[in-house]
Design a binder for this molecule. Structure first.
Ligand SMILES: NC(=O)c1ccc[n+]([C@@H]2O[C@H](COP(=O)([O-])OP(=O)(O)OC[C@H]3O[C@@H](n4cnc5c(N)ncnc54)[C@H](OP(=O)(O)O)[C@@H]3O)[C@@H](O)[C@H]2O)c1
Length: 196
């Protein structure tokens, strides 16, 4: 079952656009022991084909996305990624000027702004559903800012022992399970809301 992305407590269309809250959903795939990379290998190459299908379908539910510079360089540079305002992407970096040549206003932006400011900008630009695309530093930053509404987590039947953890630094975030569904052989998709 796919979770409804509307504003809780409001019938569809009941609120003026100016007060509609942009939903932020952290989407990740991890090993059963909580790593988003396999050992020191960047990327999510360990993920199953079933998760790949889920991820591509899930992204169609979002009009914008935020990621860290490391994730951007791993996932978007040198591949088939093409910036488009329909899928606006914001990349967090402390040196946005380094990326001036590849930035596309309204489609691919690099910033050192705080998460709340990025959220306000995306919302002002019409953003209604934002995918938080990792990695561990950006997960932690957004959870600390209490800006994550949901977590969609694919759990692969793998144990790595080491790797990039889901969160870059210690945290204690309480979640409530919304749905659980098998994606394919031995692969689970868990959806949670973040309790505040
Ligand atoms: N399995 C999954 O679902 C999944 C999902 C996403 C990513 N990943 C993997 O996770 C790894 C990357 O995770 P990561 O935690 O190392 O890196 P990350 O979160 O993708 O990016 C870290 C970078 O973000 C920037 N940044 C962080 N905090 C910032 C702040 N407060 N203000 C401005 N910029 C800030 C910095 O960029 P600068 O250094 O440029 O300043 C920092 O080096 C990659 O291997 C990626 O493939 C896996």
């Amino acid at each position: 079952m796919r979770h409804h992305l509307g504003t809780p407590g409001l019938a569809p269309g009941a609120a003026p656009a100016s007060v509609v809250h942009m939903r932020i959903t952290l989407i990740a795939v991890q090993s059963l022991d909580g790593f988003i990379t396999r050992h020191g290998t960047p990327g999510a190459g360990f993920a199953s084909a079933a998760d790949g299908r889920h991820f591509r379908a899930a992204l169609r539910e979002f009009d914008c996305g935020v990621m860290g510079r490391a994730t951007y360089e791993e996932a978007c540079v040198g591949g088939t990624f093409s910036p488009t305002p329909a899928r606006r992407r914001v990349v967090l970096t402390r040196t946005p000027e380094r990326f001036a040549a590849v930035a596309v206003p309204g489609a691919l932006e690099f910033t050192d702004a705080a998460p709340a400011e990025i959220t306000a900008r995306l919302q002002a630009g019409g953003g209604r559903a934002c995918a938080l695309l990792g990695g561990a530093q950006v997960h932690r930053l957004y959870l600390a800012a209490e800006l994550v509404d949901e977590l969609w987590l694919t759990v692969e039947p793998r144990l790595f022992g080491t790797g990039t953890p889901m969160l870059a630094t210690p945290a204690d975030v309480r979640l409530r399970l919304l749905t659980h569904e098998p994606l394919g052989d031995d692969v689970l998709l868990l959806k949670y809301t973040v309790q505040r």
